[in-house]
Design a binder for this molecule. Structure first.
Ligand code: FES
Ligand code: FE2
Length: 432
């Protein structure tokens, strides 16, 4: 059980709070690259700060204060130009470094006053990587945006999915080190929801947790498995400080503010060998709904939607003074202790865990990955479909299991990439 003070220190993300200062040492994914190509401005709320993200005609990304320093108009209604973002109210022009480039009437009235040199807008760094746009709100010098190993893989279909979840980010991240929930929240609950008979899914016999350079791993043995299975020998990752990495996908829990979290999912599906070489020109993105408007209840049909139901069910900010932790929560306890220690070291001026500054190392940052060989080299579609399911997530998926609401064009692009027939067409029947 935690004290109220510890609960607050784990959950507050504003500037100046211990966790807010820790989180500001890391790059946060806030949008898709393709999103800004579709629309050049996006209002963003990140760690309690209201901002606007934009891409100007020169290709610069900017992340600036939502409110114009002149008379506070909302810059997400501004327009982008060759260089910078122009306020729609009186036309002041701001660049991505925070400089004011033009003040049309001031320059007419007082050409020599150079008032524009004396005003600045709050501006943060943005970088593109792996189809995502990343923001850094911390002190300089910024570390590198990690090149996690899957970002270097080829011959894969990648998609990015966003959801806004109305609860604090940290209870979502606690789920990243909770192996036992999978058996109940996903396997058994899905069976109960579909009223499937036939008993329960394999139960957990043993779990293990270890800290490593970039977070923690969690390992499990399920009924029918042994210590030779990769779920035990390799495990999955609670990636520092706010991500779950399963091998084929990442789930970042990005704090919008104390009461809301942006879930950012990055999913990699290896194409079968028959479809190589496969080159993805544009990484698609989409927004997944979390509530059913007809019933006003949370959606429960997909894996991450089930996670969301558990997290929002804990309350907007889970009250950890009322918990009763058991053996399955050993990883959660380890992670809480580590992150509070990390926040304390930042307060003392030290560097926290998992910061990457070495460009050579960042060419490809290796992580524990179950089934790495499959992701790197693939297999034939026939083999993938017929082989025994070696570990969860490896067989060629026909449907997207993680989030509801996948747009038809993304589904169709996935099927084309995988060489799957259009629905209703039997791939084995000869062409007529
Ligand atoms: S409020 Fe933005 S230019 Fe006046
Ligand atoms: Fe889950």
């Amino acid at each position: 059980m935690l004290s109220e003070d510890q609960n607050r220190r784990l959950t507050e993300v504003g500037a100046g709070t211990p966790m807010g200062e820790l989180l500001r040492r890391y790059w946060m994914p806030i949008a898709a690259v393709a999103e800004l190509d579709d629309k050049p401005t996006k209002p963003v709320r990140l760690m309690g700060e209201d901002l606007v993200l934009y891409k100007d005609h020169s290709g610069n990304y900017g992340l600036v204060d939502r409110h114009c320093p002149h008379r506070r108009a909302d810059l997400s209604y501004g327009w982008v130009e060759e260089c910078g973002l122009r306020c729609h109210y009186h036309g002041w022009l701001w660049d991505h470094t925070g400089r004011c480039l033009q003040q049309p009437f001031e320059e007419t009235a007082h050409p020599d006053a150079r008032f524009k040199d004396r005003v600045r807008i709050k501006a943060y760094a943005v970088e593109a990587k792996a189809g995502l746009l990343w923001a850094y709100l911390g002190p300089p010098p910024a570390p590198l945006v990690p090149t996690w190993e899957p970002f270097t893989w080829t011959n894969g279909f990648v998609q990015i999915v966003f959801s806004e979840v109305p609860c604090n980010w940290f209870q979502c991240q606690e789920n990243s080190i909770d192996p036992v929930h999978f058996e109940w929240l996903h396997s058994n609950w899905s069976r109960a929801l579909s009223r499937a008979g036939g008993g329960r899914s394999p139960t957990h016999l043993k779990v293990g947790f270890e800290e490593f350079e970039y977070g923690f791993t969690y390992r499990r043995i399920l009924e029918g498995q042994s210590e030779q299975d990769e779920l035990w020998t390799v495990g999955r990752c609670c990636l520092w400080p706010n991500c779950l990495f399963t091998g084929g996908h990442f789930e970042w829990r990005v704090p919008i503010d104390d009461a809301n979290m942006l879930s950012v999912g990055w999913f990699f599906d290896r194409v079968p060998n028959e479809m190589e070489p496969y080159q993805q020109d544009r990484i698609p993105y989409w927004y997944s709904p979390i509530k059913d408007p007809l019933t006003d209840r949370w959606i429960t049909s997909h894996i991450m939607n089930q996670d969301f139901v558990a997290w929002v069910g804990q309350g907007t900010i889970a009250d950890r003074t009322q918990e009763h932790l058991g053996e399955s929560d050993r990883g959660v306890t380890m992670m809480r202790k580590r992150i509070l220690d990390d926040a304390e070291s930042v307060r003392r001026g030290a560097e926290p865990k998992a910061i990457i500054r070495d460009a050579e190392k960042n060419r490809c940052v290796r992580l524990p990955i179950i089934g790495r060989d499959f992701f790197l080299n693939g297999s034939s579609g026939v083999e993938t479909e017929t082989s025994r399911q070696r570990t969860p997530g490896l067989p060629l998926r026909k449907e997207f299991p993680f989030l509801t609401g996948q747009p038809e064009e993304v589904r169709a692009a996935y099927r084309r990439a995988m060489g799957l027939p259009e629905p209703g067409v039997d791939a084995r029947s000869p062409a007529s």
